[in-house]
Design a protein around this ligand. Structure first.
Ligand SMILES: [Zn+2]
Length: 64
């Protein structure tokens, strides 16, 4: 089931491949984007302060 908000936390399973942006970094006015493939666990954000827990927001999905 797709996440209706298109937001995922570090450690969650990706069910929508595409480009994601770290919301915490966005709020801090930093750019942090990653490409995530289907079935991959969302990583921590290197740009976020420790413990690097991130909320990833889908920017552009490859699959509808
Ligand atoms: Zn971040």
């Amino acid at each position: 089931m797709p996440n209706s908000s298109n937001n995922y936390k570090s450690g969650e399973l990706c069910d929508q491949p595409g480009r994601y942006q770290c919301l915490d970094c966005q709020w801090a006015e930093m750019e942090s984007t990653i490409e995530v493939k289907l079935g991959v666990i969302f990583p921590y954000c290197k740009s976020c302060p420790p413990p690097h827990d991130a909320t990833w927001h889908l920017l552009s999905g490859k699959a509808a």
